[in-house]
Design a binder for this molecule. Structure first.
Ligand code: LLP
Length: 421
């Protein structure tokens, strides 16, 4: 096998001696591959973000909720957030105790609230309307609330989750009503949380958001925690030499100072939490796929692969950039590079992974690696076009490659269908 573009994975010894081509041969294409060592490093980065002692990292499971990934998060002693009973169920299965799980609810049914209540899981309420419903279900209970502190940030308007244009959080203008309902049902507000949005590369907005939520926190006595949300960015443009990682040391220093000052003013060293998803899971994952066709249409050259947007939705959904590596099973050389549009196999024109990307001249049978696919990759995959969702492989710290999720089978596609015959 030749590695035609492999700088990023070589630098971090991603495959630990495995060949992407052999992995595809063994487990099928496309294939999600994760590296446990990188995953654990990112978890530890976050755990060491600040020196303030009453601090917890809530891994945001929505980024990657495969059982083995959750089990590693549990082993690393992270806390975890959940967006649904399905995530809670998987987290309990992975070994998280209920007090480590934080259910950040949004427009949930009474049954979903009851599920959290029955499992002793702290639930964050996202609207006055749902606070009232929670009060009816669990009078005298403990609850948290998500506020919209007014500061939002993110890589795309679809993932900005605070500020003026979002469905999330309780507007602080409704504070009086909020407090009235807390009182009406004798609810104890144990924590407040926010999430300003996803993927910031500079700390400024996050810090502005922290100040905003702290102002809200001051209006409540006896909080046990303040959860500042996630959004910590990762550099998706690693092949561009000018890329910059988020300076988490700088961010941690700023947070430490804020936590210390706040604890003094509040008169209690209450717990601070963050909710990283992508920062923890993205860079430990590469999505491998196969080039099945090369063609020209008008002035455009296309590489047709098996990585449709049913397998990786981010490029189509947010115009997201993912770096691409190229591995060639044969010894045939590639003399030049050229712009090529890399597409999937779904019957939609918008099924594009990368537009006009400069890559070595590709040929049928080449294997491509889509980098930073560990977060919001498999979790957002679907069976659109009745396609099979890929298997997931974990390269363990000792170098062994193990399967952590089977590829769908054709039977899986039809198993919930009910025939009229
Ligand atoms: N906390 C809450 C309440 C969230 O809603 C999210 C993400 C996070 C934490 C974690 O955010 P992160 O650290 O991963 O940025 N599918 C999109 C991202 C959507 C994020 C939704 N919420 C993407 O692929 O970019």
């Amino acid at each position: 096998m030749q590695k035609l573009v492999s700088k990023v994975t070589d630098n971090v010894n991603f495959y630990m001696g495995h060949s992407p081509v052999e992995l595809i041969e063994k487990y099928g294409s496309p294939l999600y591959v994760y590296n446990e060592k990188i995953l654990r490093e990112k978890m530890r980065d976050m755990k060491n973000l600040v020196s303030y002692e009453n601090f917890a990292v809530n891994y945001s499971a929505k980024a990657n909720s495969s059982l083995a990934i959750l089990e590693i998060a549990s082993e690393e002693d992270l806390n975890i957030d959940a967006m649904s009973p399905g995530e809670i169920f998987a987290e309990l299965k992975a070994g998280f105790s209920p007090e480590k799980i934080f259910y950040i609810s949004n427009n949930v049914s009474k049954e979903e609230m009851q599920y959290a209540i029955d499992h002793n899981i702290t639930l964050s309420i996202d609207s006055i309307s749902q606070l009232e419903q929670f009060g009816q279900l669990n009078p005298g209970g403990k609850v948290a609330a998500r506020f919209n502190g007014g500061v939002g940030a993110g890589h795309h308007e679809k993932v900005i989750t605070a500020g003026k244009n979002t469905k999330f959080g309780i507007d602080p203008d409704e504070m009086d009503l909020f407090k009235t309902i807390l009182k009406k049902y004798d609810l104890q507000l144990v924590g407040i949380n926010q999430h300003i949005g996803s993927l910031f590369m500079k700390p400024d907005k996050y810090i502005d958001g922290v100040y905003a939520i702290l102002e809200i926190a001051k209006q409540f006595e006896n909080l046990e925690f303040i959860d500042l949300g996630g959004g910590f960015g990762i550099p998706y443009n690693k092949l561009d030499d000018t890329y910059k990682s988020l300076d988490i040391k700088d961010l941690g220093k700023k947070l430490d100072e804020i936590f210390e000052n706040f604890a003094k003013e509040y008169g209690k060293r209450l717990k601070f939490k963050v909710e990283p998803g992508r920062y923890i899971a993205a860079e430990c994952g590469v999505l491998l796929g196969t080039v099945h066709a090369i063609k020209n249409n008008g002035n455009q050259k296309y590489a047709g692969t098996d990585i449709g947007f049913n397998v990786l939705a981010r490029p189509v959904m947010y115009d997201s950039h993912h770096d691409i590596e190229v591995y060639r099973p044969s010894n045939e050389k590639s003399e030049k590079t050229e712009p090529i549009t890399v597409v999937g196999n779904i019957c939609e024109t918008g099924d594009i992974i990368a537009k006009n990307r400069i890559l070595p001249t590709l040929k049928e049978g080449d294997i491509i690696g889509i980098l930073d696919a560990g977060a919001y990759g498999h979790v957002m995959s679907s069976n659109y076009n009745n396609r099979l969702r890929p298997a997931e492989i974990l390269i363990r710290e000792n170098g062994e490659a193990v399967m952590i999720r089977k590829r769908d089978s054709l039977e899986d596609i039809v198993k919930n269908f009910i025939s009229l015959k």
